[in-house]
Design a protein around this ligand. Structure first.
Ligand SMILES: [Zn+2]
Length: 254
């Protein structure tokens, strides 16, 4: 946090990737220019104050667990559906980084239960094919619509067309809901969170949480699914809030 005049605040930074806990070097960034760079160290040198760097989806999850849609949950999974697809795990108020700093990176698992026309999926920047991200990111949604309809439209235009009764746009939204349900079901089978909080630009699709909640029981290995699928509370600012929460309050403003 930037302190008021004469004070030296702490700084938290959310990035699309992860910083190695030993070396501080960035990996897994979809802004690939950051890969291999000691971003935190460079920022500390430039700003002359301590920096904490964390995955942006983890920052989002921390924010929503602290005072958002996941507040009070024993276990929550925060989901980013945007240009990329990421996630963060918060257990009893603590963000789980993991042995490899990749906890929650469901976006680079393959889409579960692919149909023959989905297999093997598009090539992902990570080097694999068929990653969840290649089906559920914003660009993936637009590409899927274009492949099925022959029309190039952006996400908001597809949503508007669906609202006006266009069957191709309606079908694209249906495929998106079902793929999200499948992808989240695989997370529930492993983590079994109380709450899944949806964030990122694609979480603004109409009725996304409701539609996904209806579809998820088809795929989860349980005869009943109590997991709540909810929208975030803090919108586009949620990741920034979580970055600020990387420091304990007694460290801020010092
Ligand atoms: Zn991938």
């Amino acid at each position: 946090m930037i302190g008021v005049s004469g004070m030296r605040g702490t700084v938290g930074v959310g990035i699309p990737g992860a910083a190695n806990r030993i070396t501080g070097l960035v990996k897994n960034a979809n802004s690939t220019r950051l890969i291999g760079q000691p971003l935190g160290k460079h920022l500390e040198e430039k700003l002359g104050r301590p920096i904490r760097v964390e995955n942006d989806a983890n920052c989002f999850a921390i924010s929503e667990a602290a005072h958002g849609a996941g507040a009070g949950a024993d276990a929550m999974f925060g989901v980013i559906l945007g240009t990329g697809v990421g996630g963060g795990v918060v257990m009893r108020g603590e963000c789980i980084g993991g042995a490899n700093s990749i906890a929650g990176e469901w976006g680079h698992n393959p889409l579960p239960w692919m149909s023959p026309d989905e297999y093997p999926g598009a090539v992902c920047y990570c080097g694999k094919r068929g990653c969840v991200e290649t089906f559920l990111s914003g660009p993936a949604f637009e590409r899927d619509f274009a492949e099925h309809s022959g029309l190039a439209m952006n996400g908001p235009a597809i949503v508007a067309s669906s609202a006006q009764g266009d069957s191709a746009a309606h079908a694209a939204l249906g495929r998106y809901h079902d793929r999200l349900a499948r992808a989240l079901a695989s997370v529930i089978n492993v983590l079994d969170p109380d709450v899944i909080v949806l964030g990122g630009g694609m979480s603004n699709l109409p009725r996304l949480a409701e539609s996904t909640s209806v579809l998820i029981p088809r795929y989860v290995f349980s005869n009943a699914v109590k997991t709540q699928i909810v929208l975030n509370v803090h919108g586009d600012s949620s990741g920034v809030r979580g970055a600020a929460w990387l420091w304990p309050h007694d460290a801020q403003g010092v």
